[in-house]
Structure formats: C-alpha cells, structure tokens
Design a binder for this molecule. Structure first.
Ligand SMILES: Cc1ncc(COP(=O)(O)O)c(C=O)c1O
Length: 413
C-alpha cells in the first residue's frame, strides 16, 4: 500500500482545495485539534453573529425580533443549510432540540406507522443514548416492543417481517466503522421496515446521500462536524413522503398548525414544522447558522476525498512508524468502510491520550481502551497528520504517559 512520506504530506497541503477554509476557524496556536468529531472548533463568524444577535436583536429589538429578524423560521432556515450536506431537499431537515430528544421524536413518531410490528432492530454497539431512548419509549409503551440488539455482522439476519424500524448510527463512535447506508436501508425496506439513521459522525465529515439511499428518517448533532458550539441544536430529517403521516408525540405548540391561534385542540403543522416542540433556542440556532456558512461554496466531493486522504495517511504513518508499541488499529482500512476518524486500542489508552493532550495533540479516549482521533477536512492540514504522528512517537517512546498525573480520570473523557 502507498504510504505518503513526511514530505509528501506537506506537498498535499499546497494543493488542497479546502486549504482556504482553515482561516475561517479560531484554532489556538500550538494545538493539533483531532477532536472535531466531539466538539467542532469555533468558526470566527460565530463570534460576530452572536454579538449581533445578543446586542442588536435581543438587546435592542427585543420581542419584535421574532418577526423583524425572522427568528420564528430559524429552525427551517438552518435545516435547509444542513439539507445540502446530508443529501436531503429543502424542507426535509429542521434544526431543533438535542440529538437524544430528536431520536425520541422520530422513533416515537415512527412506531405507530408500522402498527402491527413489534421489533426495533439496532446495533448493540450503537451510541448508548440511541439505545437508552428506545428503551425509555418501550417502557412507556408497556414493553410492547422487543429491542433486538445485534452485532453489525448479524444485522441482516435480525431484520424480519416483524421489524417496525431499524435504527443505526452510520459511523460507529468507538471504532469509526461505517455502515453501507444504501444497502442497509434497502434491507430494511425489503422487509417492510422503516429506516432511521443517526448521522452524528457523518454530517459535515463527508457527503451523506439520504434521498439517493431512500432513507425515511434521520437525526444528527450540531456540535461535532457542523461546529455549532457546545450543546448546539441538533437536526432531524423526515422524508417528504412521511411528513403528513408522522404524528408527533411531543406535540408542543411550536409544532401546531397555527400556534398563535392558541386553540385548545392540537393540530399538527402540515409540514416538517410539526416536529418542533417548544420555543426554539435562538442563540444556539444563530451560532449554528453562522457556523454552517463555512460550508458555503465547498465542494462536498473535496470533503470526501480529503477525509479519506487524512485518515488513510494517519493510519499508514502510525502503522509504519510504531509497530511494536501496543497500538492496534480498530478502524477499517478500507476507506469506504470508515468515517472521518481513526481509532487505535492501547492497554493504557487513557493515560496515553492525556499525555498527548498535554503535548498539544487533542483527541479523546473511549472506554475501555480506545484512542480516538477525528479528522475534520475543513480545517485540518496534512502537516497536522505529520506532527500528530511525531507527538505520538514522543509519547510512546519516552513513555511520558507513565507520569501519575495522566492516570487521573476526568469526568469527561
Ligand atoms: C452517535 C451519537 N448519537 C448521539 C450522541 C449525543 O446525543 P446528544 O447530543 O443528545 O447528547 C452522540 C454523542 O457523541 C453520538 O456519538
């Protein structure tokens, strides 16, 4: 396999069509940020946008801003910007609430669309919140459903004529392994089930093709590769064909057909607005809206190519330089089978990551033994791959990770 040399990596930066995007972000000096899959860095435009929204809109125009600055339609406007990134049409994505809440909204809304079926299929290694929310819904419904959790390799055999919905995360948060969205969606549909994708580790990292794959429902995070800020609003997608039939369980007034009529009877909006619940958080939405502008004019094909190149170069350089250091690749080598992150297991992964962070290379740790490195194509350089590999060498060869201060567990890992 071709392994780019250290000099090759520098040459790649010179011809990177996304190279100009880095300057749109606030990236501290001396830091190589490989954790944009957990919290994206601050886009510079967010600062001035929030200053305007706080100072002029909220501060001066007060409640009139709902109309004057069209706050009321911000969830749809932000959703439309995300739609391009995930292969949806305008009006099929809305930005609101958290990822977990949106999973609840879509799952609880979808189950009654397959009233005679009683199985929810998911991956036992799915991100826990997805599974916890499904468990909560099932408990609330008196345990009517079987939550069938299987390993990725056993998925095909788990989907049958009793499956109401298949709920999966496209890119596994711990290994970076990526499902074949087209094939799995077809499998679910072939069995008459609905398909719900969690795009937390996909949206903004590489182009997603929801409509090409005929996906029914999807959700995703605003604070990872979309760079909307800590706790940013999430998003949800409902294919146009289901927008009239999905019935919101969280039937709040912002999803009503005419919220300002204040009628006592709930009547859902005719379009995707029905999936809103209460008053949208405007500061968070405004930050996400400004953050999404970094994708303006960006060719998503370039994003996909760079994601593959950065992760591939990192895998190859780490493996060629550090055989014998207890690092084991857990991310698929085939670029079509991985997202934009690379994970290695190491028996002392927590301490190794703390030592790396102390040296300015920020990734994260996922229990029990995973070193996780995210590669966001918009602001990372090939030189960052090179320098991160050098830092890993220092930490492993000098064994600085053995310093007792690196063993102390922070509450957030
Ligand atoms: C796949 C996946 N889904 C959901 C979430 C988090 O959901 P929330 O934003 O509601 O905390 C994460 C967080 O890392 C995730 O990796």
């Amino acid at each position: 396999m071709y392994a780019p040399s250290r000099d090759d990596l520098l040459a790649l930066d010179a011809e990177d069509p996304l190279g100009r995007c880095r300057d749109l972000f606030n990236l501290p000096d001396g830091v190589i940020y490989l954790d944009g899959n957990s919290l994206g860095p601050l886009p510079k435009a967010v600062k001035s946008r929030l200053a305007d929204v706080i100072g002029n809109q909220w501060g001066r125009d007060l409640i009139t801003s709902w109309n004057v600055h069209d706050w009321v339609n911000l969830p749809q406007r932000v959703g439309d910007k995300i739609a391009r990134l995930v292969g949806a049409d305008a009006g099929e994505v809305i930005a609101c609430d958290s990822t977990s809440v949106n999973i609840f909204k879509l799952l609880s809304g979808a189950l009654p669309m397959r009233p005679d079926r009683t199985v929810i299929v998911s991956d036992i290694d799915n991100f826990p919140t997805d599974l916890y929310v499904a468990q909560g819904i099932n408990e609330f419904l008196g345990g009517r459903y079987e939550l069938r959790l299987v390993k990725a390799d056993d998925l095909a055999g788990a989907i049958d004529e009793n499956t109401a919905i298949v709920m999966l995360t496209e890119v596994n948060y711990r290994t970076g392994a990526r499902y074949d969205m087209n094939a799995i969606t077809a499998l679910a549909h072939g069995n008459g089930a609905l398909m719900l994708w969690d795009l937390a580790h996909s949206a903004g990292a590489f182009p997603v093709q929801l409509n090409v794959c005929n996906v029914d429902l999807a959700i995703g995070c605003g604070y990872k590769y979309l760079n909307g800020g800590p706790g940013a609003p999430a998003f949800l997608f409902v294919a146009r064909r289901y927008q009239q039939s999905i019935r919101p369980v969280l039937s709040g007034w912002f999803g009503h057909a005419a919220p300002f009529d204040f009628t006592p009877e709930y009547a859902p909006a005719a379009d995707l607005r029905r999936m809103l619940c209460g008053t949208p958080g405007i500061l968070g939405l405004a930050a996400l809206d400004a953050a999404l502008d970094v994708f303006e004019g960006v060719n998503l094909g370039d994003v996909a190519e760079k994601s593959t190149a950065l992760t591939g170069a990192f895998i190859e350089r780490v493996e060629s330089e550090y055989a014998g250091f207890d690092l084991k690749l857990v991310t698929p080598r085939d670029p079509t089978e991985r997202g934009s992150q690379v994970c290695f297991s190491h028996p002392q992964a927590y301490a190794v990551m703390q030592a790396l962070i102390a040296r300015g290379v920020i990734g994260d740790f996922r229990a029990p033994d995973i070193l996780r490195f995210g590669f966001a194509p918009l602001y990372l350089r090939y030189a960052d791959v090179r320098n991160a590999v050098t830092a890993i060498a220092d930490v492993l060869r000098s064994e600085t990770w053995r310093d007792p201060r690196f063993a102390w567990r922070n509450p957030v890992t």
